[in-house]
Design a protein around this ligand. Sequence first.
Ligand SMILES: Cc1cc2nc3c(=O)[nH]c(=O)nc-3n(C[C@H](O)[C@H](O)[C@H](O)COP(=O)(O)O)c2cc1C
Length: 230
Amino acid sequence: MKIVIVHGQNHEGSTCHIARMLAEKLHGEVQEFFLPRQFGKFCTGCTTCFCKDETLCPHYKELRPLTEALNEADVIILASPVYVYHATGAMKAFLDHYGYRWMVHRPDARMFRKIGVCISTAAGAGMKSTNKDMADSLFFWGVPKIYKLGFSVQATGWEQITPKNKAKLERSTDQLAAKIIRCSGKVKPGIKTKAFFGMMRMVQKNGGWNPADHDYWEAKGWLGSARPWK
Ligand SMILES: Cc1cc2nc3c(=O)[nH]c(=O)nc-3n(C[C@H](O)[C@H](O)[C@H](O)COP(=O)(O)O)c2cc1C
């Protein structure tokens, strides 16, 4: 099993420890990226990726190692500490670069077989909105199975987390790892993904938002009977 962890921060704190804890329990091949150290660009808003081609993005080359890792992974773990109730700016800036991959534009067919995990930690609260920040991208990329782990660690660093809370983290990651191992290689889109894909298909059939998107759907055969999960 190939696992990629994208860390929304550079440091190895509580969130990083928990993401690694889960990844180790999956007994796969793990690749990690820390943001912004390994990718720290902001989207310029040129919309070239949407209107023409993502390879023309000014950050395409720097983003490519992360994109390739996402494409090849069986499990994508997006992990971010809660910063003012949301994912870190670095995580958001990273995800902005994949707007063109949303189902409304040009989703990558490989996404429809993957498992996604969103992990966030807060000193107190904000895990729900933070996990949603990341889960939204996974869903709209087409990832059919998305798990969310949010922990109020009552700490600002890994060393401060109490043994009782660390034991809870172990239990939660044990349970999730078992679920992921059980369903790995067998995930298929559910009704929500299929319905959304169907709506986007109708939009593309009627010309789409731009010729680049429409031509992509046509070339994939998705305007006919082909589907990315088949
Ligand atoms: C800029 C910043 C904003 C934060 N905002 C929140 C917040 O909105 N809610 C909260 O409970 N904790 C907040 N925290 C605390 C962290 O989310 C919390 O300590 C987290 O577990 C840190 O994870 P890390 O060790 O992986 O960095 C914030 C911390 C920072 C640095």
